[in-house]
Design a protein around this ligand. Structure first.
Ligand code: NAD
Length: 338
């Protein structure tokens, strides 16, 4: 098969990463078109990536560009509409998380995917492609921790980027929808089960502005799974030391901890401050390999006629659960996840 021709929509913080990977680093793929509503980002595509087929309108790209597939890395609120249009236009679709910003539109996206069984649709839950998480899953499947029954997750953004978090807080859907969605997906993946209830709390400590916007600076959610398993998520926006993503899976015969110290690399610095290991700074650095691997998997699925493991239904389920956590945080009550 010839190289898969991909058009990318969205060239912001994450779009640029995916665009560079598709243009230069993924075998069997080429970046032939790009779309952004920000003209400066199209200059980036032209000057840095050599893409000349450029659009400011998504529908235009679908109608005119010579592409087999679309990578959707736009603002979350337009994912569902764009993926449905792309599938209707006969394009394979890779779509960033979250699938949608409410459960109703996720269900419509599920229908659009079901209506096009000949096309590949993959959702970007990239942590499932991170080497450490892949390793953890392999160990679990090999029975090395027995039967997993608890997932504890920490996902806290660096305080360094709190200004941006405050700017987007009003439209982000809130802490549990915006931040905890990856941890929710991982809990479902590792426990191979769905939660039936959630109780969530949250508050604002150093940054009362989050509370004024009806959101929280930090939150905790406790999930009870159908087969009896448990999940605990601590999520927040103001880690002093950097980008703290940590996951522990506890089983009947052992446990696995992924990045309890979210170190930048294996070097230790010995100086007047003691023995210091720097923290990883932000998502592009921590998950660089995962972003590459997930799109490589999408391309391989299309080229070999396989279906990806991360399904549109995973997007709906995680959105539904994140909304239930948000409802619990807002009402102070245990919420049943329907
Ligand atoms: N998987 C992850 O770890 C991860 C990390 C960051 C962001 N994301 C997701 O990726 C998406 C993009 O996030 P970001 O941080 O790059 O955002 P961003 O605001 O930096 O960029 C958004 C991009 O979307 C484009 N855009 C918006 N509406 C558009 C439209 N109607 N048509 C064409 N282009 C449009 C903008 O021009 C811009 O290029 C979000 O859905 C976000 O949740 C995922």
């Amino acid at each position: 098969m010839e190289n898969l021709k991909i058009g990318i929509a969205g060239l912001g913080r994450l779009g640029k990463i995916h665009a560079k990977n598709i243009a230069f680093r993924i075998p069997g793929a080429c970046l032939t078109a790009a779309c952004s509503i920000v003209p400066a980002e199209l200059d980036f595509a032209k000057n840095e990536l050599g893409v000349t087929d450029l659009y400011t309108d998504f529908d235009d790209m679908l109608a005119k560009a010579d592409i087999d597939a679309v990578a959707i890395v736009t603002t979350s609120g337009v994912h569902c509409e764009q993926l449905s249009k792309a599938l209707a236009a006969g394009k394979h679709v890779f779509c960033e998380k979250p699938l949608g910003v409410n459960v109703e539109e996720c269900l419509e996206a599920e229908k659009a995917v079901a209506d096009h069984p000949d096309l590949v649709f993959m959702l970007g839950f990239m942590r499932r492609f991170d080497p450490s998480y892949v390793y953890a899953m392999e160990k679990i499947k090999a029975g090395e921790i027995g039967e997993p029954y608890l997932v504890k997750a920490v996902g806290v953004d660096p305080v360094k980027s709190v200004e941006g978090a405050l700017r987007f807080a009003a439209t982000s859907g809130g802490l549990f929808i915006d931040m905890a969605i990856h941890d929710i997906d991982l809990m479902r993946w590792f426990l191979n089960d769905e939660p039936e209830t959630v109780y969530a709390i949250g508050s604002s400590y150093g940054f009362p502005q989050f509370a004024e916007l009806g959101d929280a600076e930090a939150g905790c959610a406790l999930f009870h799974f159908k087969k009896g398993g448990m999940g605990i998520v601590h999520t927040g926006r103001t880690a002093a030391h950097g980008y703290h993503i940590e996951t522990e899976i506890v089983g009947t015969k052992g446990s696995i901890r992924i990045s309890p110290i979210p170190e930048k690399n294996l070097a230790l610095l010995y100086n007047e401050h003691g023995v210091v290991t720097e923290c990883v700074e932000a998502f592009p650095e921590r998950f660089a390999e995962a972003y590459l691997a997930e799109v490589a998997e999408f391309v391989d699925c299309v080229r070999t006629g396989r279906k990806p493991d991360v399904l549109v239904q995973d997007g709906t389920a995680s959105t539904r659960i994140a909304f239930a956590a948000t409802e619990s945080f807002k009402t102070g009550k245990l919420v049943e996840i329907k």
